[in-house]
Design a protein around this ligand. Sequence first.
Ligand SMILES: *[C@@H]1O[C@H](CO)[C@@H](O)[C@H](O)[C@H]1NC(C)=O
Length: 224
Amino acid sequence: MAILRAVVKWIIVLCFAIFCIQYWLDHKSFVFSHDEIAAITKNHIGSSAEKSFQNVLKELRQKYRGHILPDKDLQWIFMNAGGWMGQMYVVHASLTEYLLFFGTAIETTGHSGRYWANISDTVLTGTFRQWHEGQLTYKTYKPGETVYHYWGEATAVSWTDNTWMVEYGRGFIPSTLGFALSDTFFSTQDYLSLFYILRIYAKALLQEGGFYFIELKDYLKQAL
Ligand SMILES: *[C@@H]1O[C@H](CO)[C@@H](O)[C@H](O)[C@H]1NC(C)=O
């Protein structure tokens, strides 16, 4: 009986937390938008992904002052999840948004993950193939095109050699970490990469923390 009561109590707490987070997501303002990031990325499609990333980063720094991580913190990090392997370069992350460069030099395929977040990828080079649940054919995306992955959706994803893109995610970002870290934790056991991922997320949260503080101060000023 006591166990049942405890389980029910935790389910109620969990539902309440989910409700609160959802309310927050529906009412808060965001730093970036899917359309803005896709437009900025498309401005810089060229011959090499490296050059494109440099130029995208430059434009991001101008447009979103203070929200992009400093150069000394930026690094490419291996990411294993859903059976695929890629590398990511996180330039911004908070509790509700992330922005990163992503891709692979060697073709790779796997499960997209099912998230409490909407994710968009704008392709710079290569090919992104997305196969939706319930469909018998896949869709192919080329440079300049944006691939959307809505929350709750699962797809199969496949990238050819040298596919690179800019990815923006908006939702409850900590909830995506379970999938993002799963293969690193349980399969590759590459704890150095795991450490890099957690370290960059911690740094990004600290940087954004300052903005939350300013927001809260403004809010309290208005309320009083
Ligand atoms: C995710 O996309 C859906 C469908 O467009 C939308 O209703 C929802 O508000 C989006 N969520 C966030 C956090 O942007």
